[in-house]
Design a protein around this ligand. Structure first.
Ligand code: CDP
Length: 288
């Protein structure tokens, strides 16, 4: 951690090297998202989380975005906001909202006092299908509450890992259809499982041993391809504050316990900290 306490300075060469490596090994810039252009009807998609394939039907195809959702140019500044308890008293809201492109994970709450600490601006938000299951009964019944709760994210992109596990697919398609049926401005998009597979291999190559990458590291990786300056907030998978040492919750907004097993967040954190000390991205752990 001692590197962390030196003032951060971007090191262009290191940033460009990491970015070029991600670009050549994962091609998120063109391939992170499924579109009607890159995934025609009849394509056999290979799930990235389990051994399984699925053929794209016309019905599925109709839920895919027509155009690639990211512009051809690089954004100047991106903020990737993780959900760590470290955000709770951070006062980082304004700084996060000042970024050109703001990425958030797993439909996090932004109102009722959280604004000051996490901001409200959202350009892309991810949704783990487990939330759709737990909070909205897999969208099998009434769906209005789901649509109402999406309002805070405006017309941002809603990124779903629809083809990571077989069980994700029907609920993700229902989410996309619900959004269309209710005329909600949010724009559903699906992760390309081939990209996620390549990304997992990329981080394995950096000695990361995890059953599955966390959403946060997926988004930080994508941001490195899409943005010139990448700022990370809310990435601190530990139960105490880094400077003031008081107890922290896992999430800034609920009492979910610290996870065990599935992800390897402390190991991911080590790698992100390395990128911070190499001047590739700026990992914010202090108050703003
Ligand atoms: O679903 P998942 O466990 O991946 O994510 P989450 O709990 O909704 O949090 C979003 C992301 O923030 C995670 O994927 C981690 O990368 C990051 N995070 C962290 O670094 N430290 C925490 N205490 C909580 C989340």
């Amino acid at each position: 951690m001692q590197h962390y306490f030196q003032p951060w300075k971007k090191q262009k060469d290191n940033y460009q090297k990491s970015r070029a490596q991600l670009k050549s090994e994962c091609q998120g810039f063109e391939k992170a998202i499924i579109t009607q252009a890159n995934t025609p009807v009849g394509t056999k998609l290979v799930y990235d989380g389990e051994k399984r394939t699925i053929e794209v039907t016309p019905e599925m195809f109709s839920t895919f975005t027509k155009e690639y959702p990211f512009p051809n140019k690089t954004w100047d500044t991106c903020a990737v906001v993780g959900n760590g308890g470290i955000m709770a008293e951070s006062g980082c809201g304004e700084m996060i909202d000042s970024a050109q492109f703001v990425i958030r994970c797993n439909l996090p709450p932004l109102k009722n006092g959280f604004e000051k600490h996490v901001g409200v601006k959202t350009n892309l938000v991810t949704a783990n299908p487990s939330i759709l299951l737990e909070k909205y009964g897999s969208l099998m019944g009434r769906r209005r509450l789901f649509v109402e709760n999406l309002q805070i994210y405006g017309d941002s992109l809603l990124l779903l890992p629809a083809f990571s596990y077989g069980a994700n697919t029907p609920v993700s398609l229902r989410a996309a259809n619900t959004i269309e049926d209710f005329g909600s401005p949010i724009r559903p998009i699906f992760f390309n499982p081939e990209y996620l597979q390549k990304l997992a291999a990329f981080w394995q190559g950096q000695s990361l041993r995890a059953v599955r990458l966390s959403t946060g590291i997926m988004m930080a990786s994508l941001a490195l391809e899409l943005c010139r300056d990448v700022h990370l907030y809310g990435f601190w998978p530990f139960g105490y504050h880094p400077h003031r040492f008081y107890d922290l919750k896992y999430h800034y907004y609920d009492d979910t316990p610290f996870p065990t097993g599935f992800h390897a967040m402390p190991a991911e954190f080590e790698l992100l900290l390395q990128l911070h000390s190499q001047g590739v991205l700026n990992l914010h752990l202090g108050d703003c």
